[in-house]
Design a protein. Structure first.
Length: 338
């Protein structure tokens, strides 16, 4: 239950991060104070000090120059909440670790996975600060999309690892389905999803949805004519917003095809109740995600709608990842003791 609580808290953290990004709150706190940063400004003078720090950023000067103190308090809250929740998450993991340690319920096989868990959490915190710093330099209005994507993907890796660790301790997940074909297909789906999440991060960081708020075409084209306009050509994959948009959509359709095929070929493996449940869940989630992606794109120019659909899109992405992790855990290439 402790690890599952951690999984839930990581999901909340990712959602808070999504809200922080969509409300453009990430640069509102310009310093990293691991201890004293837990407390927000407690009086008017302290608020003015923080506001004046933010007013020195180029984001304020060129994007939010009309902000009053009340506007600043709103974006400050989301960044502060995001950081405080991360600290609380660390405390929960540490408390559980020491509880199992002192009650001698921690066996040797659990030590290495737990240490790796703490390492991944520490890396995530470091990447988060590097991301914030990338937007606090001259002529930068937002955090770098590469740094944002790294932070996002690192959070999902932490989520996937924590879930896998939790599943290894749950008796209900001990029965397995043996199939080399399905296991290989699941790995293909996982790799495609991983690439999709990376380009989803690029989409978010570059605000690429606003560049083509149309569907099924991309501004009237199925293949944008500017897809290869940057030189060298490899730069288009990382910097060209319409190329990134095109790849993100294409990977979504590819995932839908792969998952539908997995659902079809796994129809004869219904003897495992958990497996049967998750094969339905993953299909429903993928269909839902494609619909949410379409709604997010066509509402990209409406800030409020974009926030709602964007956060929902991110939430379902996490559920898809978790469902695939569960299926990967259940399906084995060969019979083995667990």
């Amino acid at each position: 239950m402790w690890l599952l609580a951690g999984v839930f808290m990581i999901m909340i953290q990712v959602l808070i991060g999504g809200i922080t990004r969509l409300t453009e709150s990430g640069l509102s706190i310009t310093e990293w104070k691991p201890i004293t940063g837990i407390l927000p400004p407690l009086n008017h003078d302290q608020w003015l000090v923080e506001f004046n720090k933010y007013r020195n950023t180029d984001q304020f000067k060129y994007v939010h120059s009309n902000f009053q103190l009340s506007d600043f308090k709103f974006i400050f809250f989301w960044e502060w909440f995001h950081r405080v929740w991360a600290r609380l998450l660390g405390i929960v993991f540490l408390a559980g670790f020491f509880y199992f340690l002192f009650t001698k319920k921690l066996n040797r096989k659990m030590v290495a996975p737990m240490l790796l868990l703490f390492f991944l959490g520490a890396i995530q915190g470091l990447v988060g600060w590097i991301m914030v710093k990338s937007g606090l330099v001259p002529e930068k209005f937002y955090v770098g999309h590469i740094e944002l994507t790294t932070h996002f993907v690192a959070a999902l890796i932490l989520l996937a690892y924590t879930l896998w660790f939790a599943l290894s301790l749950l008796p209900a997940f001990r029965p397995k389905v043996v199939s080399i074909k399905m296991k290989n297909l699941l790995w293909l789906i996982t790799f495609t999803l991983f690439m999709q999440l990376i380009f989803g991060g690029f989409m978010a960081g570059l605000k690429a949805a606003q560049s083509a708020p149309t569907w099924p075409s991309i501004n009237g084209y199925f293949i944008p004519p500017t897809i290869n306009e940057l030189h060298p050509g490899i730069q288009n994959i990382f910097e060209n917003v319409l190329t990134i948009h095109f790849i993100h959509r294409g990977l979504a359709y590819l995932l839908l095809i792969f998952v539908a095929y997995f659902f079809i070929i796994s129809s004869d493996r219904r003897i495992n109740k958990l497996f049967n449940r998750f094969r339905f869940i993953i299909l429903i989630l993928i269909i839902t995600q494609v619909i949410l992606g379409i709604l997010t794109v066509i509402n990209a120019t409406n800030r409020i709608s974009l926030a709602w659909f964007g956060v929902s899109h991110q939430f379902v992405a996490m559920l898809i990842l978790m469902s695939i992790i569960c299926l990967l855990f259940i399906v084995r290439k060969r019979s083995q003791l667990v």
